[in-house]
Design a protein around this ligand. Structure first.
Ligand code: KG4
Ligand code: ZN
Length: 327
């Protein structure tokens, strides 16, 4: 069974081809440089760039996979959540191909793609576990019962973790998106130099907007401070909350495996501290490699493959849903 999957929910255009258990191609064309001058993703610019990027990307994916369109048995695309006009590009393309080739179309939830990407990376079936999805748009703690059965146990009440990195990066004059750069600068910094607040949302929820505000108010008094120390201290505050709440949720829900995903799961300090916490609590930790953490189509193809294996596909009339929820 060969699957072509497309991902165009935000500012990466991505195409992947899966064949059975093998990932034959996973191509990503990033638009980051085009949005950087605006300090964030501009929806109109994103959808135009998806349109121009898709054709060459598809050609590249087929060439890498050594397959032809006639070899594809099903077409999948991210149907939400995301930017409406960006989602439409991938979904319309996948539907048109499915219609022309008389093959099934599978609509995939972007968040389910992220959530399960550590299982794709590990080459393992989905097991009962706790998923932490930390991306530019979402911060979710999810109890995974099995494939297709998810219960959100915590979410951010305001900014997503990646959004906090990007907004604080902007305050510090760093280019967008700033997560990777803050991570890099923090390596030379002292995380205990400044004591930024740990978001105190109740239960397993998160709140990062107070942290961003605290950095904004602290900055004028930190003129001689080293950028590295500010980055390390800010990063520590985010990571501290993510790790503590994840460990507490795993204990409360009696889950022995933790699967961390989304762009922020590339963060080296988060990976280090999550690994230490899981070792302490004797939890198994699944972390995808960075290419599968940020937006990609392989994770969309993985969900589509699992759905197809269960005899599920989507009607061609099913529309995109920019606010699609996970559970
Ligand atoms: O999952 P993703 O590629 O896109 C969304 O679905 O949002 O995540 C992008 C986010 C951005 O906010 C970016 O700053 C953040 O992931 N990010 C990082 C790192 N690499 C990417 N945040 C912290 N540390 C990193 N190393
Ligand atoms: Zn994403």
């Amino acid at each position: 069974m060969n699957i072509l999957a497309l991902e165009t929910s935000c500012d990466e255009t991505a195409a992947a081809i899966l064949s059975g258990d093998s990932l034959l191609a996973s191509e990503v064309a990033s638009q980051t440089a085009s949005h950087e001058p605006y300090g964030g993703v501009v929806p109109e610019v994103a959808s135009r760039l998806h349109l121009t990027a898709l054709q060459p990307l598809l050609r590249r994916a087929f060439s890498t996979a050594g397959l032809d369109i006639a070899d594809i048995d099903a077409f999948a695309a991210t149907a939400g959540p995301g930017l409406a006009t960006s989602l439409m590009t991938g979904v319309s393309t996948a539907k048109a191909l499915a219609l022309a080739r008389r093959k099934p179309y599978i609509a995939v939830n972007h968040l389910e793609g992220h959530l399960l990407s550590p299982f794709l990376a590990a080459g393992r079936p989905v097991v009962r576990s706790l998923g932490l999805v930390v991306s530019g748009g979402h911060t979710l703690l999810v109890r995974i019962e099995e494939f297709g059965s998810y219960h959100t146990v915590g979410r951010t009440q305001d900014d997503a973790a990646g959004e906090a990195f990007d907004k604080v990066g902007k305050l510090l004059g760093l280019p967008y998106p700033a997560g990777r750069e803050i991570d890099r600068l923090a390596k030379d910094g002292d995380p205990s130099m400044y004591s930024f607040p740990r978001g105190m949302a109740k239960g397993f929820d998160f709140s990062f907007s107070g942290l961003k505000t605290a950095v904004r108010y602290a900055l004028p008094g930190l003129q001689d401070a080293r950028l590295a120390d500010i980055c390390a201290s800010f990063q520590e505050a985010v990571v501290d909350v993510l790790v503590r709440k994840t460990a507490a949720a795993a204990a409360e829900h009696a889950l022995r495996t933790v699967a961390v995903s989304g762009g922020v799961s590339c963060n080296s300090r988060l990976r280090e501290r999550m690994a230490a916490a899981c070792e302490r609590d004797r939890l198994e930790l699944l972390l995808a490699d960075p290419k599968l953490c940020t937006d990609n189509a392989a994770m969309i193809g993985y969900v589509a493959r699992e759905r197809l294996a269960r005899g599920l596909h989507s009607p061609l009339l099913e529309d995109i849903d920019p606010n699609l929820a996970l559970a």
